[in-house]
Design a protein around this ligand. Structure first.
Ligand code: ZN
Length: 251
């Protein structure tokens, strides 16, 4: 189980006021969230987007009893700011002729993030997919050449080109692609809206639909896409939103 961390970019683990029986379904921000049975109770895992305001929110629980609302208290969390300077203008602002491609790719990524395979119990205990230091943490706010950019929605692992990447848990390959920003990219489905995404690969060894065991190599790290040096950019998605991957690591 991920650690209960009800903050922007975190995961809330909420006990549902629903008797055991048919599994309830839970939505937050109108997106389905995973529900697991644990010690005789139903627990919902709620992915909280980084831009969520602290305060009281509501989740929607549908069960045999009908539709209920349940409160979700989101606490504030401070994420550090990283100031970046990049001299190469092409690295900062993509050329206008690539706008259509970038837009189409963003829509594809948004589709993967909403993928919800309801029939599988989600896998939520992850091993780090590459061996290396964690070089950029999740949630860091970025200011690039004086302009605020999107916060860092993944965890970076410092590895060179060609390091093996291993599935952090059992899963099924949902997508492989080659995208402008994230380069060679793999998405693995771990069940019920829990997905992991890997960016900037040098090599992809798998195809969509392929099942992976925990620790199975699916590709190698690299420097593809829009980055200044090789590393793995690892994203964990839960309930349609990127959350902090370190909440799922057992160490
Ligand atoms: Zn990154």
């Amino acid at each position: 189980m991920p650690r209960h961390t009800p903050v922007p970019g975190g995961v809330a683990v909420l006990e549902l006021a629903v008797a055991l029986g048919a599994p309830p379904s839970v939505r937050f921000n109108d997106l389905p969230q995973p529900v697991v049975r644990h010690e005789g109770k139903w627990l919902a895992l709620i992915g909280i987007p980084l831009d969520t305001l602290p305060g009281t929110h509501e989740i929607v629980v549908e069960s045999g009893k009908g539709r209920q609302l349940q409160r979700l208290e989101v606490r504030a969390k401070h994420y550090p700011t990283q100031i970046l300077r990049i001299a190469d203008k092409k690295m900062v602002t993509p050329p206008p002729e690539l706008e259509a491609r970038i837009e189409a790719e963003a829509a594809r990524i948004a589709g993967w993030k909403r993928h919800f395979s309801g029939d599988t119990a989600p896998e939520t205990r992850f091993d780090l997919p590459a061996t290396g230091p964690r070089s950029a943490k999740f949630g860091v706010k970025r200011v690039l050449n004086g302009e605020p950019r999107s916060p860092h929605a993944g965890l970076d692992v410092a590895v060179g080109v060609g390091a093996p990447l291993r599935s952090p848990a059992p899963g099924t390959v949902l997508a492989v692609d080659d995208l402008y920003f994230t380069g060679k990219t793999v998405v693995i489905d771990h069940g019920q809206g829990v997905l992991t995404l890997y960016a900037h690969l040098s090599r992809i060894d798998v195809a969509p639909g392929q099942e992976l065991r925990r620790g199975e190599v699916f590709g190698a790290s690299g420097v593809s896409g829009r980055i200044t040096g090789p590393h793995l950019h690892w994203v964990v998605i839960l309930g349609g939103t990127a959350v902090d991957p370190e909440l799922f690591l057992s160490d």
